[in-house]
Design a binder for this molecule. Structure first.
Ligand SMILES: Nc1ncnc2c1ncn2[C@@H]1O[C@H](COP(=O)(O)OP(=O)(O)O)[C@@H](O)[C@H]1O
Ligand SMILES: [Mg+2]
Length: 328
């Protein structure tokens, strides 16, 4: 309990019966009034920036499994605050079906491996003093080509980090040509990153989505634009990353990015982020392509290689998972 909460608690105890009655009457009068709701934007802007209390996503057993249509989507009333907020519910069943770690207690090989992968990224993210990394809390997930597992790894990392007690995570879908994050999470979204880049009057917080995981917020890719790639490679994108870094220094920002050899925007993005998680698909990513791609994002000093879809699982194979990791 914080000092302020303690003080409030004491004040409550000290409250006399008369004061209580007066307060109740005032509260009743206030309820009767139809006070204007704060805008969705305001509420979204309040997406958690303070360390949240750990609440692992609990799957409601009683709910029938075959009801994805019932997923509540944006513009819902926040249950805790009674105001309107941009809120979406991540579909845990869908994620599990894709082999993504969902709960702290999940004991799949994937969960174990992402626990290890996130450790070194977090150490870098919040390193202090001489080891501090500029924008170290901003992690770009990329790879050489499409389909190597960027979105899978970005979501798995975000889920794994969001299970940490004192960590707040913002997952940004910046692969605007193939924006898969919201689809994979079972979430519908409208505006997002591209809209913020395109429209200077639109604030980043206008597009943030709170989720049923209290410390996970999403920024969708937004609507397709004829100059999508150019927009993403624009100066404004760099400004947005800097703004995110300034606004949320205590938060880990994971950016699901375009593949390096397919879009120039990945190398531009690499200029602004502190760390890169580079996905290499086992038996597929060609060494020559990898070398070329790494030279293109060479500006980033902190590149972690992650070997994905490896059939080797260190003798701990469980549930037929085929994920492996590697660091450099
Ligand atoms: N380690 C993994 N375990 C299970 N499925 C994976 C893994 N990595 C990727 N996939 C699957 O492979 C497909 C391509 O991955 P995706 O993350 O969409 O690639 P990218 O974002 O690089 O285009 C998706 O269906 C994804 O669910
Ligand atoms: Mg993807």
């Amino acid at each position: 309990m914080s000092l302020i909460e303690k003080a409030a608690e004491k004040m409550k105890k000290a409250e006399s019966l008369v004061e209580k009655a007066a307060r109740k009457a005032a509260e009743a009068a206030e309820k009767a009034e139809t006070s204007p709701q704060p805008s969705a934007d305001q509420a979204a802007a309040e997406a958690p920036s303070t360390p949240p209390v750990k609440q692992p996503p609990v799957q409601k057993q009683s709910e029938p499994q075959s009801e994805p249509a019932a997923i509540p989507q944006v513009e819902q009333r926040s249950r805790s605050y009674g105001r309107t907020s941009r809120y979406v519910e991540i579909n845990f069943d869908e994620l599990r079906a894709q082999n993504v770690p969902v709960m702290e207690t999940d004991e799949t090989v994937i969960s174990e491996e992402f626990r290890i992968v996130k450790r070194s990224l977090l150490l870098n993210a919040f390193a202090k003093g001489r080891s501090a990394i500029k924008n170290g809390n901003i992690i770009m997930v990329t790879s050489t080509q499409p389909d190597e597992g960027k979105t899978f790894c970005a979501i798995s990392l975000a889920m794994s980090m969001a299970m940490e007690r004192d960590l707040t995570v913002l997952l940004i879908d910046a692969d605007v040509e193939k924006p898969d994050v919201m689809k994979r999470l079972g979430v519908k979204a409208d505006k997002g990153l591209i809209d913020v880049i395109e429209d200077k009057n639109l604030d980043l917080s206008d597009c943030l989505l709170k989720t049923n995981i209290p410390n996970l917020t999403l920024l969708p890719a937004g609507k397709k634009h004829r100059l999508t790639t150019e927009l993403l490679a624009s100066e404004r994108m760099g400004d947005i990353v800097d703004e995110v870094a300034k606004r949320y220094p205590d938060r880990v920002i994971i950016i699901d990015s375009p593949p390096v050899l397919a879009s120039s925007s990945a190398s531009v993005l690499a200029l602004s982020v502190g760390q890169v998680l580079y996905v290499v698909e086992a038996d597929k990513t060609r060494e020559i392509d990898l070398k070329e791609a790494l030279s293109m994002i060479g500006s980033s000093e902190h590149i972690n290689l992650l070997l994905n879809k490896s059939r080797f699982s260190g003798g701990k194979k469980k549930f037929g998972s085929y994920y492996g990791y590697g660091h450099q």
